[in-house]
Structures are given as C-alpha cells and as structure tokens.
Ligand binder design. Structure first.
Ligand SMILES: NC(=O)c1ccc[n+]([C@@H]2O[C@H](COP(=O)([O-])OP(=O)(O)OC[C@H]3O[C@@H](n4cnc5c(N)ncnc54)[C@H](OP(=O)(O)O)[C@@H]3O)[C@@H](O)[C@H]2O)c1
Length: 321
C-alpha cells in the first residue's frame, strides 16, 4: 500500500507529489484519510532550514521531508488500544518528534491523543484551520496567566498580527471568553477585526504600539509578527500587573529578553486532544468561524506556500488531497 505526499528534494525545488509506502499503525495509533490540510507558515519555514529543520533531521522520520502539521479527516484504521473508532471524523496534528510524516498527504498515522472527534455539524475544512493557530492562541493566553475557561472580568489583550491565521482565532477566542481585545492590522483588515468584537489599530497610519496605548494597559501583548516590527521595550510598557509579552516568532536577539525578563516569554503551540477539545466546542457553537482565503489541491501545495510566504494571507489557506 502507498500514500501520496507532497515533498521536495531540497528547499529550492518545488513541492511535488510522490508515492511513499504506507506507515504501520501502532497499538494506540489511528490511520486517518486526510480530507483537508491547514497551511501554516511553519510548513514552508521547515523547508528553508533553521532550528526546526535541524531538529527534524535529528529526531524526525527518515526519508523525504513531508511537511505539514494540521489535518482533518476520517479514521480508516485503528490500533487495538486506540480510543477512536473506524469511521470517526477527526481533527488533529502530526508530530515529527514522534517520527511521524507531515500532514501534506492523503493519509496520516498519529497517536489517538493527537486527534479529537468532530461533531457532524463541523466541516473538515473548518476544523483543519484550527490545530496550530488555536493551540498557539490558547498557550499565549495561559502564558499570560489568563484563564481559558473563566478569565477575570476586564482582562484585556493586544494582538499584533490580528488578521493572520493565529490572530483571527485569538480574537474569536477572546470574544468567546469575554476578553477585551485590540487587534493591530493594516487598513484593509480593520473592518474584519472590528466585526470580531475587537478594537482595530491600523499600523499603516503610524506607530501602532503608541496608538494601542490609548486602549491599554494589557494583560497580554501577543506578538504574532516579530520584534523587528514591534519592539520589546514599547510592548512591555503597555503591560499591567503580571501581564506578559508573548512571542511566537523569535529572533536570536530575543533570547536574552525572555531569559532575563519575567515580562517576556515565547510559546510553541502544540496541538493535542486537550487543547483541540475546547477549540472544536467553539467551532461547533459558532463562536469560532474560520476565514478561509483560498483552497488548493494538494498537488498545488507549492502555490499555497508562495502565497503564505508573501505574508498577506487573511485567515487560512487550505490544501485538499
Ligand atoms: N511559535 C509557534 O508555535 C507558532 C505557531 C503559529 C505561528 N507561528 C508564527 O507566527 C507567525 C504568524 O502566523 P500566522 O499563521 O498567523 O501567519 P499568517 O496567517 O501568514 O499571517 C499573515 C497576516 O500577518 C499580518 N501582518 C503582516 N505584517 C504585519 C504587521 N507588521 N503588523 C500586523 N500584522 C501584520 C497580515 O495582515 P495585514 O495585511 O493586516 O498586515 C496577514 O494577514 C508566523 O511567523 C508563524 O510562523 C508560530
């Protein structure tokens, strides 16, 4: 048996479809027929090199690099101890540190705890938008001591990069939790940010951090863009109490800051059933409604990467195998 995956021999070569032998299913694994794949910037960053690619070389699976993390689909085979039955509709994420291939594939094999079931009303496409962005948003709130179930009244967050995959889901979680949110985006996205219940700050109109000060102080400054665009000093100045600046795009120069400042931290969003469950509940209730900018066949994964790299995607890109 073989599966079709998107891979490339080197970072410079375009992704193309190849056949690989299907993986065996372990005792607690499930084999999922993939129906939709959410594209994340990490998918193309992993191809280009850097610490993640380095880690993949050491602890990841051997063979060609199959990128991709997020997926939704149907269980078509289950190990004897797996707690998801054949036929279950699921959303989940692959993990190369468990020697798993990435999600740009017609099938994935993952541990049962890396997926969760989907209610009938939730589409594969909507679900596939969620794992990495949603898990990252929840981690950022937790890192700033903000409860993701019953947060303190008056909790206020600032999201830098509000219109991206991570930013939009963060604003929707904030709305579901009753947080006050301010989102920094460009002019074309201010109406969208306001529609999600947040106050929009347009970074094309001047110093966005200075403008955001008028709506602060904040319990979380969630920087989903990077410190080149939003420096740490002025970001920290917007905090109150035990508030934190949370980074998800880290430059070497930032490491000193989060090592020595209690106000700055970095997080890694790692999807698992524990964080997928509340996200799926929000999807089912309509509290989270992913915005899908475009869909591509898996064979056009390279095109999706080119668009994602340009840094202007609003919401999510999907691949359909
Ligand atoms: N550490 C982790 O676990 C983790 C997890 C997920 C993502 N990430 C990283 O976080 C970053 C964001 O991820 P993503 O999935 O949200 O990316 P994305 O969907 O590609 O984000 C694109 C959005 O960024 C906005 N943007 C670009 N420059 C901006 C600026 N200067 N200020 C405000 N917004 C700006 C754009 O909106 P405008 O047109 O309005 O500018 C665009 O809509 C990526 O670098 C990704 O690799 C890290």
């Amino acid at each position: 048996m073989t599966i079709t995956v998107a891979t490339s021999a080197s970072a410079d070569e375009p992704l193309r479809l190849v056949e690989l032998p299907a993986r065996e299913v372990g005792r607690r694994d499930v084999r999922v027929r993939v129906r939709a794949i959410g594209v994340n910037p990490v998918d193309w960053k992993m191809r280009a090199g850097g610490p993640l690619r380095f880690a993949h070389r050491f602890v990841g699976p051997s063979g060609p690099l199959v990128v991709g993390v997020d997926f939704a689909g149907e269980v078509i085979e289950a190990g004897p101890e797996a707690d998801l039955p054949i036929g279950a509709r699921v959303v989940g994420a692959t993990d190369f540190s468990r020697k798993q291939l990435g999600s740009y594939a017609t099938e994935v094999v993952v541990r049962d705890e890396q997926c969760t079931g989907l209610p009938d009303g939730v589409s594969f496409e909507a679900a596939a938008c969620l794992p990495v962005p949603g898990a990252t948003a929840l981690r950022a709130l937790e890192a700033a001591h903000i409860s993701t179930t019953v947060p303190a009244p008056g909790t206020r967050i600032l999201v830098l990069g509000a219109a991206g995959g991570v930013g939009l889901v963060t604003l929707q979680i904030a709305r579901a939790l009753g947080l006050e949110a301010v989102g920094v985006c460009s002019t074309r996205n201010t109406a969208l940010v306001e529609k999600l219940g947040a106050t929009a700050v347009d970074y094309t109109k001047g110093d966005a951090l200075a403008a955001a000060r008028e709506h602060g102080p904040y319990d979380l400054v969630f920087n989903a863009v990077g410190t080149e665009s939003y420096a740490l000093g002025p970001s920290r100045a917007l905090l109150r109490g035990r508030g934190k600046v949370v980074l998800i795009v880290v430059r070497p120069a930032d490491v000193l800051s989060f090592t020595f400042s209690r106000q700055v931290t970095q997080v890694l969003g790692r999807p698992s059933r524990k964080n997928l469950d509340p996200l799926v509940a929000w999807l089912a209730s309509g509290a989270i409604e992913p915005l899908i900018e475009a869909r591509f066949p898996l064979a056009e994964a390279e095109r999706a990467h080119e668009i994602s790299k340009a840094g202007k995607v609003v919401g999510k890109l999907l691949l359909l195998p």
